[in-house]
Design a protein around this ligand. Structure first.
Ligand code: NAG
Ligand code: NAG
Ligand code: NAG
Ligand code: NAG
Ligand code: NAG
Length: 422
């Protein structure tokens, strides 16, 4: 009898152990990313314009630099008066934001909105901010007791979803796009559009199944070029998404990420601002210059690279290396003209991958709106409205693996003790 009991107990415990270990070891990330330190990261918001807006108006809606908005979408900034260019309603844009750690959760809280006549919390959340925030979240963030009475000109904090996940996805540099699921989206189509796998999207968002609903917010990893600036640089941690540009060092330096190798390439920006020296010390090379000399041993490559900005000084690094082959000319991500219309087919078909754009076409493929997006009819009371991660199953989202692992270990101990004791 004791023997049988012991076997039963052991079997039961073994099963329990396996279940617990499985839960603990599935590497899930949650859209609600816990954080503890005060560091921040670059992140992106997927935003669909609710009406025609000037570049500068979209930028001020999120309180970001209009140039940063343009470069993040690989829109050519050399067009005259590009900041006043009118972007068409329904256009899908990537909004570059800073993701911080607030009350132990990753979010962006640098966006404020000044209320206008006839605004309601729902219209601000669902229409103006395209479902990136819910009315409840705005109400909570601003301690609004009665949401039916909004003072005109009231300055509201608009908390926006973002994730950092250490700037990596599967150990490769990545930046995360917060994406609002549109009515005709499927997870597979989103994965294809952003050149990632279904499994990766499910892991990142801690989803137990691939089911998604209109209005859910997903974190989508986008491969990026990582910088390696010293910690004291004010642009420390700069990440530039594949296929795009970023402007840094007070509009003096432009960095890009393209050509498939995911190496950050920075050079002087051609904007009319006064900048500190961008020449490498003890050399006649300027930032971004690369010289190559074929020798019998290989190719002697010398480059002058950007190393961040600190105290208003642009830091440069001169480095020489012997490489098997001489590098070809620098490949830049294709630029698009400021969009004037939303490609018709993109309203009904999933937007193509932003990375699939080849060869300097003018069609703003990376800027097409998310399929079927009609921002006026955004999910007013969709399941997501109450939280950032409704799309995530609770299979692993709120599970902290450490305590479970501890429980599992204790059980393992008990399991081996029982047969001994009996
Ligand atoms: C974060 O990423 C860096 C490389 O970018 C890596 O060295 C480090 O181990 C990562 N940290 C964690 C906690 O994953
Ligand atoms: C060095 O970089 C500067 C600034 O980008 C550029 O104008 C110049 O042509 C480059 N020189 C060489 C030799 O590549
Ligand atoms: C490579 O070039 C740099 C500068 O042009 C020079 O100082 C260095 O000696 C060269 N190295 C080799 C191995 O040729
Ligand atoms: C920047 O300036 C501050 C004071 O002005 C100084 O303490 C700090 O060391 C400087 N940092 C660098 C990287 O030069
Ligand atoms: C980066 O984008 C280019 C096209 O712009 C694409 O060919 C390449 O595969 C992308 N790289 C990664 C790692 O996704």
């Amino acid at each position: 009898m004791p023997n049988q009991k012991s076997i039963l107990q052991s079997t039961f415990l073994l099963l329990l152990l396996q279940v617990l270990i499985n839960v603990a070891l599935v590497s899930c990330k949650s859209t609600i990313e816990p954080c503890s330190n005060s560091d921040s990261c670059n992140a992106l918001l997927g935003y669909t314009l609710y009406t025609d807006l000037k570049v500068s108006e979209v930028a001020s809606l999120f309180q970001i630099d209009p140039i940063a908005l343009l470069t993040a979408n690989a829109i050519d900034i050399s067009y005259p008066d590009v900041e006043h260019h009118i972007l068409p309603s329904h256009l899908f844009l990537k909004i570059p934001i800073t993701c911080s750690c607030v009350d132990g959760i990753r979010k962006s809280v640098s966006t404020h909105y000044k209320t206008r006549p006839s605004d309601t919390l729902s219209s601000i959340a669902d229409s103006i901010y395209g479902g990136l925030v819910s009315a409840d979240q705005i109400r909570e963030a601003n301690s609004i007791a009665d949401p039916s009475v909004l003072d005109l000109g009231q300055n509201l904090v608009v908390p926006l979803p973002c994730t950092c996940f250490n700037g990596t996805d599967n150990s490769l540099p990545a930046i995360y796009l917060s994406y609002v699921v549109q009515p005709i989206d499927s997870l597979a189509a989103i994965a294809a559009r952003y050149s990632t796998t279904l499994t990766d999207l499910m892991n990142v968002n801690a989803m137990g199944s691939s089911a998604i609903s209109d209005g859910d917010i997903l974190a989508i990893p986008i491969p990026a070029c990582a910088s390696n600036f010293p910690k004291y640089a004010s642009d420390y941690g700069l990440l530039v998404p594949n296929g795009s540009y970023a402007i840094t060092a007070g509009h003096c330096v432009q960095c890009s990420c393209g050509s498939g190798n995911l190496n950050l390439y920075c050079m002087p920006a051609s904007l009319a601002v006064s900048c500190s020296s961008m020449q490498c010390k003890n050399s006649n090379l300027m930032l971004g210059n690369v010289t190559a000399q074929q020798s019998s041993a290989g190719c002697n490559v010398t480059s002058c690279t950007y190393n961040g900005i600190a105290n208003g000084t642009i830091m440069t690094t001169l480095s020489a290396s012997l490489q098997p082959r001489c590098p070809g000319p620098q490949q830049f991500p294709p630029l698009v003209a400021p969009p004037t219309s939303v490609p018709k087919e993109s309203l009904f078909a999933p937007a193509p991958s932003p990375q699939s754009d080849v060869g300097g076409t003018i069609t703003p493929r990376s800027l097409v709106p998310a399929a079927g997006s009609f921002p006026g009819f955004s999910p007013a009371n969709g399941p997501i409205s109450s939280g950032l991660a409704s799309g995530a199953s609770d299979a692993c989202s709120l599970v902290n693996p450490l305590p479970i692992l501890m429980v599992a270990l204790v059980l393992l101990f008990v399991k081996f003790l029982i047969p001994v004791a009996l």
